[in-house]
Design a protein around this ligand. Structure first.
Ligand SMILES: [Zn+2]
Length: 301
């Protein structure tokens, strides 16, 4: 296994469903594996030991689901040549070829990077960073990268940030900010330092990493807080009187006044952009509602 081959396999991981469903299972297990490798932990880990942390990652960074299946990537990544379960042949599988959680735990089944990949990664610190960055960039919006790195225990100095993501479409940011009059579409935040905007961002409604286009009708001008909260699913949108209104997740909690900065907007109308063509497309809003928003919304509007 060589560097280029590994990055190729990582880059072509098949995780997106045809309907745009998010399935971040494989990237999250790989990132968890990279964190373990960085800490010098053993190559193979019993499924029972990785089940809880992987489930937590799926809850935090995956789409809302009634049940989580950390056993899926544990088995499926083997087919991508990126994971190994010694003695895999004897394990019972579902009709779709997935492993069952029960036997994985009972039999203390272990899995991990294949030996050749482990050796390659251990000998090349930069490669660990490149693989992590490729996984983050391909599957998650930039606003979540630090949180995910922290959650899997990847040390920041191993991950060289590159600016590719920001450079994707140089016009997206300025067009979106212009369309929303350089104010947060939720709270009107518009602080400047001198002539420069301070902390106002152009957010994608449907994540770029999930095929969302760099178009104004997939963008919102948001303050840093409302941007992050959108990408984590703390609030979302629903069509309302030829525009949209804001739904706040009942999962958002806090003890301080700051919570009002979220909850007070529940049921409020999203300020529309200046021009008609920039109005968010309902399909992007629906994608976010299904794949990112944390249900249920607050009940009082
Ligand atoms: Zn705001």
């Amino acid at each position: 296994m060589e560097r280029r081959e590994l990055l190729g396999r990582i880059g072509t991981l098949n995780v997106w469903g045809a309907s745009g469903q998010r399935a971040p299972h494989k990237p999250l297990l790989l990132l968890l594996g990279l964190g373990r490798l960085q800490r010098g932990e053993a190559r193979l880990v019993p499924f029972g030991k990785i089940e809880a942390p992987l489930t937590r990652l799926l809850v935090r960074f995956g789409p809302p689901r009634k049940a989580q299946h950390p056993e899926y990537p544990f088995g499926r990544l083997c087919r991508d040549g990126l994971w190994e379960i010694p003695g895999d042949g004897v394990l019972p599988r579902t009709r779709s070829g997935d492993l069952h959680k029960g036997p994985l735990i009972r039999e203390r089944v272990e899995g991990g990077f294949p030996g050749s990949i482990q050796r390659l990664l251990l000998g090349d610190r930069q490669l660990v960073g490149d693989v992590a960055q490729l996984l983050l960039q391909s599957h998650f919006p930039e606003s979540l990268h630090d949180d995910i790195r922290d959650a899997v225990g990847l040390r920041a100095e191993w991950v060289v940030r590159d600016t590719q993501a920001a450079a994707r479409d140089p016009n997206f940011r300025s067009l979106v900010l212009q369309a929303y009059e350089r104010r947060c579409a939720v709270c009107d935040y518009d602080i400047r330092l001198g002539d420069e905007l301070l902390g106002l961002e152009a957010a994608h409604i449907r994540w770029h990493a999930a095929g969302g286009p760099d178009r104004v009708n997939n963008g919102l001008a948001l303050c840093g807080f409302h941007h992050k909260a959108l990408d984590r699913g703390a609030w979302g949108l629903e069509p309302f009187e030829r525009g949209f209104r804001i739904l706040v997740s009942s999962d958002a909690h806090g003890q301080s006044q700051a919570l009002r900065w979220l909850r007070d907007y529940h049921g409020a109308r999203l300020r529309p952009p200046l021009r008609g063509p920039g109005v968010p497309l309902v399909e992007h809003v629906r994608w976010h509602r299904r794949q990112v928003f944390r249900p249920p919304p607050l009940t009082t509007a």
